[in-house]
Design a protein around this ligand. Structure first.
Ligand SMILES: Nc1ncnc2c1ncn2[C@@H]1O[C@H](COP(=O)(O)OP(=O)(O)O)[C@@H](O)[C@H]1O
Ligand SMILES: [Mg+2]
Length: 395
């Protein structure tokens, strides 16, 4: 590392997915809290159409204020696109970023020591961005390609958890080929005319029937509760599947778990040590929402978190143990937030792992760490240090 200059960090936010605005808010928090004495910050936004642009370094303009959602468009600087600039495949050379206007020759933005992709959802948190950065020889914060991909896909996430003996609730996967379109168009329309597909759909419906009502229906690679809804009967199931399919062709139908929602934040251990876990917290939905939907998560100030979660001390310990085990099951790196259901009889079930948890002002990852004695500035420091401690290449 060059001692004469600060560590250069590209903070990347926004993105192509439905969580664009949440990612902007998370990016804004990082820009506001990162230690400017140690780091030279390059803020980069990804527009909904996929273009990378330089943005204003003004965290306040990226906050969720008065129910208004931020966007990259609103903070984009005039000028060309930003591109990851590959170092020609030499593993020891740091990667770089370049800018280029339409038809212009790229102008190098300079060396970037580490990329902090504060991106949520598909094309950001699912291994695609991580693959792009690997190809460009750029180091980055957080989970690698495999851990990101597995954790983003709720089917494979649960399969891995189960294989590791971790507790997950019952679920059924509904694939495109299993489900005819409501309007009879599209690739699934063929289902009705294929007897084998009809058999498959019956099998899926029978399996869902065994879950019992109500069920939760969600896009397999969703986040922020977008596209997720509860169904109380067959008609509701059809509606919920149509809603979820707007976001993903693969859907999960889960048995509804009665219980509280408990979360635990995880950081990769230093120097190969086991992961560190925060004090777990319990979500408090007081705003009248029927479950922890988008509104409850980001727009309703009535909701918060009780830290530590008001459950017996040995159950808090068990939540932390399971959070660390979930992190290791997917080969997590850097950070994660692991979410649980806690049933009235004290059973702890894993709901999901998020490899780039929300970092907005209302988010629980920073809140749980704050309650465990870690400020956001220290967290960002730790994430960058962990990322820089590993050589680029196979993980
Ligand atoms: N099986 C379930 N039982 C009860 N509530 C659920 C279930 N699945 C999801 N929910 C509710 O929906 C919210 C979002 O679901 P989740 O699986 O966490 O998806 P996301 O990735 O969008 O956060 C949860 O926080 C919870 O409130
Ligand atoms: Mg969730």
């Amino acid at each position: 590392m060059n001692q004469e200059r600060k560590i250069r960090v590209a903070v990347v936010f926004g993105g192509r997915g439905p969580e664009h605005a949440i990612s902007c808010a998370s990016g804004g928090t990082v820009l506001a809290c990162i230690d400017r004495d140690r780091y030279d910050v390059v803020p980069i936004g990804i527009l909904p159409d996929g273009r990378w642009v330089l943005t204003a370094d003004e965290p306040a303009r990226l906050a969720i204020t008065g129910g208004q959602l931020p966007s990259v468009e609103a903070v984009a600087e005039p000028g060309g696109q930003v591109l990851p600039w590959t170092a020609g495949g030499r593993p020891q050379e740091p990667g770089a970023l370049a800018t280029a206007g339409p038809g212009a020759i790229p102008r190098e933005l300079g060396e970037v020591d580490v990329v902090l992709p504060v991106l949520h959802g598909p094309f950001g948190e699912d291994g695609t961005m991580q693959g792009l950065l690997e190809m460009a020889g750029l180091r980055y914060v957080g989970a690698g390609v495999l851990a990101s991909a597995v954790s983003m896909d709720k089917e494979y996430m649960k399969l891995i958890f189960r294989a590791r003996g971790l507790p997950v609730g019952p679920f059924v996967v509904v694939r495109d080929r299993d489900w005819p379109e409501a309007d009879g168009s599209g690739p699934a329309a063929a289902v009705a005319s294929r007897p084998a597909a009809e058999t498959e759909r019956k099998r899926v419906l029978d399996a869902i029937g065994e879950l019992g009502w109500p069920v939760f229906v969600k896009p397999a690679r969703g986040g922020s509760s977008i596209g997720t809804s509860r169904a109380d009967d067959l008609a509701g199931l059809y509606r919920a599947i149509e809603t979820a399919r707007r976001y993903d062709r693969k859907i999960l139908v889960e048995q509804a778990i009665t219980g509280r929602e408990i979360e635990c934040a995880v950081l990769e251990g230093l120097d190969g040590a086991p992961p560190d876990t925060s004090m777990p917290g319990q979500l408090m939905v007081d705003g009248g929402e029927e479950f922890f939907d988008f509104e409850a998560k980001y727009l309703d100030d009535a909701n918060g978190m009780a830290i530590p979660a008001p459950i017996p001390a040995d159950h808090l310990e068990e939540v932390r143990r399971l959070a660390a085990a979930a992190f290791e099951a997917v080969s997590g790196e850097g950070l994660a937030r692991v979410d649980f259901f806690y049933t009235p009889d004290g059973e702890i079930l894993l709901n999901e792992i998020n490899t780039m948890p929300g970092m907005t002002a209302a988010s629980y990852f920073p809140k749980m760490w704050a309650a465990s004695g870690f400020s956001l500035r220290e967290l960002i420091d730790r994430l960058i240090t962990t990322a820089l401690s590993k050589p680029p290449g196979l993980r």
